[in-house]
Design a protein around this ligand. Sequence first.
Ligand code: ZN
Length: 598
Amino acid sequence: MSIQYQIKPQSPNAHIYEVVLRLSKPNSEGQCFSLPNWIPGSYMIRDFSKNIVEIQAFACGKKISLEKTGKNSWKTEPNLPELELRYSVYAWDLSVRAAHLDAQHGFFNGTSVFIEAIGFEAEPIQLEIIPPDGEAYKNWKLASSLIPSDVDSLGFGHYLAVNYDELLDHPVEMGEFERVSFEACGVPHDIVLTGRFDADLDRICADLKTICEYHIHFFGLPAPVEKYVFLVMVVGNGYGGLEHRASTSLLVSRKNLPAKGVSGINDDYLDFLGLCSHEYFHTWNVKRIKPAAFVPYKLESEVYTQLLWAFEGITSYYDDLALVRCGLIDEKRYLKLLGKTITRVYRGAGRLKQSVGDSSFDAWSKFYKQDENAPNAIVSYYAKGSLIALCLDAEMRVRSNNEVGLDDLMRRLWTDWKKTQKGLEEREIEEIVSELVGISLHDFFDLAIRSTKDLPLEAALEHFGTDTFWRAAKTATDLGGEANEEVQKPATGMRWKAHAKGIELTHVLDGGAAQLGGLSAGDLVIAVDSYAIDPAGLELYLSRTCAGQTLTVAFFRHDELHSVEIALQEAEKDTCYLIASPKGESAFSSWLSSKNPS
Ligand code: ZN
């Protein structure tokens, strides 16, 4: 093979991987190289090249010059018969997006460690992964969805990738992890768990099998993968995931895993199942069906698309919907989850300023770089995107007399992808929806994707036999989703977190009492009406106040003490809960128990 990579955890305590890239026929005009600046699925420039510590080039055993041509690019001299690039990568980022290495375990994404040889991106690649030296690492194993060609019993050795794009899309975990396995529709699935935990792994296998089989049947057999791996990093406090073509990397908290001997699904475990369901659905929706702008991924700089509502929003709609449809949770529990999502969207005034299409387009500089003003300025293409998917599902059913719905759209997109493997143009989904329904839905898309008007949400839910109710938040930690006794607690228009000296304001909402009174995010509030406060004390104090009442707030901004008066406002009814309507029983059950085609 004309291109080979070799990677080894060289120095776990220093967090250093050593990588060797060998080229048998480099470009005679001088070989160019570059490292990605972002990782697919996480739309932010991350400049992975900042972690390349040392880099050297060799030809026929002799060191040669290597010119730096950009922050992440290099070029050799011309006319080299062969070429070897040797470099070290610092890996100390415990996230799903980059690379990590210490004496406990190693994890890497190809985007962090494999420099691209320009001009060779379509060539097949051989990859050798070598275990770290030393007795301490003799029990390390390797887990990945890479295709092995010659590996030992622990998983170290040689792997193959059909091209550079594939090389980047199989993250690798190594260490003394736990591995459990199950089959879904005949396809082997591994769950690889790293970190300290005590959990019922049999239960996780059984529940993930149910979810994976639901999704495979949803899109239709056969599954698009020959093997699938859930790489799970278990930590004290964390939550997130990143999708890949035949695996996913997850970072979860210990509490997200089910305890042994406990039945039922608590909210923490439900979050884990929802995350797994989400990433697995991406195996079809974004890893294969994807925006044309991502074909191929251009990892040098930002790639713009308005379509993330379809890839993250529709995926977010189906991640929880699959849990009720496959019987892991009941309808009431699903409505609670949906009520929380609706609450999250409707509590942000940013939804009235930024369209979902713009949120997607500007993900690089806004959604992925959220600051204290985010609730006032931006909308999530995940959360609002999932409500668009819900409304689109209802619109399609209403306008087609229940002939087609969103399930049919997803299956059509999948069938099309299998035929052409082409990406979707920016308005192509809208055309396909109109074609499936038989009439144009452009008015719906103009409103949902390109405007900042609220969605026809209550009508959509009514179509699905569900009544929507709104109430005021009961406490600062009230996330919605459930009915709650009506409490006329006034609104402060601020969000906060605990601080050793009081509370620190994290967000100040547009037009709210705090903003009108002169408070800002970052202010450290130490007293209200001359009483020292902490989060619990403030909640208690507020529960005894009413709208119109004025509070004197003492706070530090930077290191200067200030005092302002804020006039409490009537609490907005921005907290949603949903109840199945007795009238809409058949629509409700056809929505939530939609069976997959056999
Ligand atoms: Zn996602």
